[in-house]
Design a protein around this ligand. Structure first.
Ligand code: G16
Ligand code: MG
Length: 217
């Protein structure tokens, strides 16, 4: 049967997770909210609006909608400033190899990201042409762990959810793939991503045999 390979963006294809963290940390600092790398795991794969709410909840801070809107704008401006000089060097190790292998084997590839900045990032890093479909934060109304983003991606590729394979670095994203009945592949720490069907530290740890198995099973 026809498979679909769906990639998350931040933390899977590019290491923008660190830029999101820096931008949120600035806001947390201004509000005197303690915001550690551990807290940051809660924000991965989560929408911008929800991320701010999580930070405010951590600090037990109540804010007006006006303040929230201002912080959301500030966060994104700050985040975008980190992306200005972005280029293909920021593609994470092993990603090109796997994208090329999938292309050579005529496998459909999609992006499934919560980010509203996904397209410019794919353009700046020069990999947008690998993707047969792009589904991002502008296309969905339900954030991960809701499977909406991946379900739309599988549909665009003409594949049933159970034949879709999702690469994710976030807990919310792994859960979304599992809830959507897809094969979840966690990229990152096993201790954090233990709900994933398969877990690899990064793409250099994935060999072509593993991908071939996914294609043929
Ligand atoms: C990403 C990040 C999240 C971020 C979200 C929204 O999702 O993991 O931390 O909050 O996008 O991004 P933006 O503010 O650019 O719209 P993903 O799904 O690509 O990991
Ligand atoms: Mg991610």
């Amino acid at each position: 049967t026809k498979k679909a390979f769906i990639f998350d963006l931040d933390g899977v294809i590019v290491d923008t997770a660190k830029y999101h963290y820096l931008a949120w940390q600035k806001i947390a600092n201004e509000l005197n909210i303690e915001f550690t790398l551990e807290h940051n795991e809660l924000l991965k794969g989560v929408s911008r609006v929800r991320s701010l709410d999580i930070i405010l909840e951590l600090g037990k801070v109540e804010a007006s909608q006006e303040d929230k809107n201002r912080w959301l704008v500030q966060k994104n401006e700050d985040y975008l400033s980190y992306l200005v000089d972005m280029n293909e060097n920021e593609i994470l190790p092993g990603v090109f190899t796997i994208l090329k292998f999938l292309k050579e084997n005529k496998q459909p590839i999609a992006l499934g990201s919560a980010s509203k900045n996904a397209r410019p990032i794919l353009e700046k890093t020069g990999i947008i042409s690998y993707f047969d479909a792009i589904v991002d934060g502008n296309d969905v109304s339900n954030a991960k762990p809701d499977p909406e983003v991946f379900l739309i991606a599988a549909k665009l590729l003409g594949t049933k959810p159970e034949d879709a394979i999702v690469f994710e670095d976030s807990v919310a994203g792994v859960q979304a793939a599992n809830i959507g009945n897809m094969t979840s592949v966690g990229i990152g720490e096993a201790a954090i991503l233990h709900e994933a069907k398969y877990i690899f530290e990064d793409f250099t740890k994935i060999d072509s045999n593993f991908i071939e198995k996914l294609i043929n099973n």
